[in-house]
Design a protein around this ligand. Sequence first.
Ligand code: NAP
Length: 484
Amino acid sequence: MVSRLIPVDPFDLVIFGGTGDLARRKILPGLFRRFCSGQMPEGSQIVGAARTELSDDEYRQMVSDAVAEFGGGRACEEGTLDAFLKTVSYVTTDAKGDGGWVELHGKMRDATVRAFYFSVAPSLFGDLAERLHRFGLATPDSRIVLEKPFGHDLATAKALNATLAQHFNETQIYRIDHYLGKETVQNLMAVRFGNMLFEPLWNAQYVDHIQITVAETVGVGGRGSYYDKSGAMRDMVQNHLMQLLCLIAMEPPAKFEPDAVRDEKLKVIRALEPVDWHHIVRGQYGAGDNGPSYREDVEDPKSRTESFIAMKCHISNWRWAGTPFYLRTGKRLKARASEIAVVFKDAPHSIFGADAGRHRNVLAIRLQPNEGMTLDVTIKEPGPGGMRLVDVPLDMSFADALGPEAEEVPDAYERLIMDVIRGNQTLFMRGDEVEAAWAWTDPLIEGWQARHDVPKTYDPGSSGPEDALMLMHRDGRKWREVKA
Ligand code: NAP
């Protein structure tokens, strides 16, 4: 299978925060891989911007080191890195000052797509947006790319959106949720809306429940002070899990176009029922053999922030009335694994009798590791001795199905940056989506704060607190195993 490579138009991409962690780990290596694949056209340039004083050559060395460390080892023709580095330059710029802006303006060209990546703390977004206008860098067609977090709650998200709206139209604002750039997440839409097989069954009549799990093995690490103000709800559920929920639950959009898709996602968020607090389990990892506890990590022995959350939600609409959606995410769990599992109902009648046991079709969509899908199908257990049933997976690993081409599949950041250059907002969050997501999460957070809720401690390397298992057991269901 040969993947088609569609080059984008030549562009000027300014990375504010070009010396930061995200730029070095994701953005710059991602751009290099696109260059290496031939998708970044001649005449494009990348300009790093931050306060640190660096010459162009010193910045190129930083970029070269980042590509060596985080580039993913993709084989490129000899000389490719040198050619890529020639497209890179650096301007010392302060988002809060006036230095560097005139020089940056001098680098912009008229006939190219202009994009500004805000890879800096959200507190600087307003300053950058204002200066891009004041110094004449922003054109009506320029794009800005923003990293999460988009606010801390509904009020701050609204304030941020309002600040940006003073300087840019919504069509110019690209809010990144890198989960939407993952190959499997987009495949979710292809599977749902490109096949006849699933969509007729994709509703409360046939689906027993849906599980979404995003499990990490790492703790909060060096992000402790940020994470402790945020927690799993704000850091993961309000954005990543919510986006996955939307794609699983939304109605088919009329077209695969940005606002058609985003309108449908918004309807899902708005149809989410408030969650009963009995249906939320919050956890915090304790100390283990290979690491300190959450409270030690964040250096607050009384912290009540959750590093794990499990919850049961309902969507009030015709398609999903009565079907529970179980969401779960956490740190220091037994495996790094993300998956969505659609668990179908039992067949209405078993012709094989009670001895055949209970069998259910499960469509599991793996986001990581080993992106792919599995469909559990019930068959006869091979061999003599009557009709015994067994569930076997029809397993489609994209790496196996697509062969070496799968190696070339761009990672989420690569794909999303190219979409920014193309001007395609389908995989980016609209302001009203972000606000609707906060409007749903805010009362839950306020609820546990008012109750002085203390998260349950769980063992690192486990599947989370016992109460999370009980959340399912009470309903006669169980979580799928968290396994890599
Ligand atoms: P970081 O490592 O702390 O880098 C911040 C960058 O901003 C540095 O390049 C810094 O360079 C620059 N900066 C700080 N103050 C500035 C100012 N006044 N004017 C111009 N530049 C300034 O942070 P990061 O991890 O890269 O994160 C960047 C953004 O992405 C944050 O909003 C973060 O929440 C988000 N994010 C990061 C990740 C990740 O994996 N790292 C993942 C998701 C979202 P100087 O000090 O030289 O100015």
